[in-house]
Design a protein around this ligand. Structure first.
Ligand code: CA
Ligand code: CA
Length: 182
């Protein structure tokens, strides 16, 4: 009989203390900040399934469609001389991440309106530095038609929009170039 009372008291004490302990240290619910658009997230985040997620580290796809190149280089001369047979450039795209070449497109020959239709998938960290070049490949060297060095984190606005608008330069008149989050 005495044992039963002791057990009952112990059980009661356990329940009371347990409840008290639960009240003292409640488990906080996981904080979820819902979103409907990217603008509700921080600049390095994107809204996915109503949740703000960090963009990097992550995969980004670059798609190079086409370009329109001016008839002359930055000095006003033809891209190639008679040694190359044709004056039009021989454009190729090169992508570097942290100074290392990670992608080279096909070299197209003698065209001011190249169409590459090529893609590359990059795994980028928040601090990754990306550079993109369009070069005219010559027999012994190459010359830069267009270049852009993106500060880290890589083009978060482009990733959100799924596009990149290249400002025209004197040598590169237009550039059809897409950026997508993969
Ligand atoms: Ca050249
Ligand atoms: Ca040429």
């Amino acid at each position: 009989m005495k044992t039963r009372i002791s057990c009952a008291l112990f059980l009661l004490l356990f329940l009371v203390l347990g409840q008290a302990a639960c009240k003292i240290t409640p488990i906080p619910p996981e904080e979820i900040i819902p979103c409907n658009t990217d603008s509700q997230c921080f600049s390095d985040e994107i809204c996915i399934s109503n949740s703000c997620e960090l963009i990097y580290p992550g995969f980004v796809g670059l798609h190079f469609d086409w370009a329109t190149i001016d008839y002359s280089d930055s000095n006003g001369y033809a891209w190639d001389d008679t040694l190359e047979l044709f004056e039009a450039p021989d454009p190729r795209i090169i992508v570097e991440v942290d100074g290392e070449v990670v992608f080279e497109s096909l070299e197209l020959h003698d065209t001011y309106d190249p169409v590459w239709d090529e893609s590359v998938l990059l795994f980028l960290e928040p601090q990754s530095q990306v550079s993109i070049y369009v070069v005219d490949e010559d027999i012994f060297s190459s010359e830069i038609i267009w270049e852009k060095h993106f500060p880290a984190p890589f083009c978060t606005d482009c990733v959100r929009d799924g596009s990149f608008i290249a400002a025209p330069t004197s040598t590169m008149l237009d550039f059809g170039f897409g950026i997508t989050l993969e």
